[in-house]
Ligand binder design. Sequence first.
Ligand code: SF4
Length: 419
Amino acid sequence: MNLERITEKLNILADAAKYDVSCASSGSKRKNENKGLGNASNGICHSYTEDGRCVSLLKILLTNHCIFDCAYCVSRKSNDIKRAAFTVQEVVDLTINFYRRNYIEGLFLSSGIFKDADTTMERLVQVAKKLRTEHKFNGYIHLKSIPGASDELMREAGLYADRLSVNLEMPTEEGLKLLAPDKDRKDMIQPMDFLRNEIIQRAEEKKLFKKAPMFAPAGQSTQVIVGATAIEDDRAILHSANHFYKNFKLKRVYYSGYVPVLADNRLPALNTAVPMVRENRLYQADWLMRFYGFRVNEIVNNDQPHLDLDIDPKLSWALRNMQIFPVDINKADLQVILRVPGIGLLSAQKIVSARKFNRLNWEHIKKLGVAVNRARYFITCNSNAYERRDLTGTRIKQFILAESQSKYLKNKPDQLSLF
Ligand code: SF4
């Protein structure tokens, strides 16, 4: 192995991979069997770079050569950058070496499309296959699925990878047409559709036959870029995410704030800040949709196409719907309690259990993990201290913002300058 050359490739291809944020490794339960190497399980820990990106996996591209010219991508063919490509064996060796040294928990492997979709996908599958079959590697493997790759290759990929993901990149078809006119949204949807069906079918088989092989046990995910075009407001992004969660059984949609690295008049200017606050708000809204029973239209709609940047989407919703508050914490349904700012999923469940034995007061609620400094404006309980005063939504927002320690607030002016 030529170490100098490998190091150079690693520098180029790890740097090119950093724009992909869809690399969380939770959700897989691959066990170490037959004295193999590694053990991917819930609880694999991640480390994050200062801008919030996950780095606990060896995260690289197989190559940054690409036949496409997507405006938002650093690897696009018209970009004048250094190109490199790993061989299958080099990626396998790197993964094993890094794993043995305890540098990584697994592999996140993506690639530019260097010849066509199938040739690229075939190489990715070969890496995973060699790791699993020749090295008995039980660490986590996340493979990118190349849009347009054949069902056969997708099926094989699912046998070796824990998670597969097809990146939608642009949240809407219009955005894709604008920034990647050579790409066809159908090529992304087709493998997602295939994976959804295969994952469901294999899970059924596994229930019947314990020895049936695992198929992408951590499911499939996707990534969308946020802020590369002004035509995609938060309403469009969240509707798109909701559609894919519902119809393709995605485990996660990852929102990646656009990092301006290329000069192109279709894109934000090079000195535009990465929309980190917006990215964060989208993740919060995503949680509200998945775990708190909110519909997209309640979070964003024609009157409010963008999420508030200065407050979280749950507080924003509550302030627009003050007529339903205050709610009595000792009587309200779980679904209503879940809508109170400052009360998380776990705290809401604890409240419903605890009130069977006691009428809850502020002390109890605090002990159950509620952020009382927020919740106090929206609830009543079995005590008078902090009872909600007759405040308007605007005043409550002012009080909460004045108290807020949000580290993001200082970025707000930059974020707003995006549009
Ligand atoms: S196909 Fe993928 S790697 Fe190639 S330019 Fe488009 S986004 Fe980049």
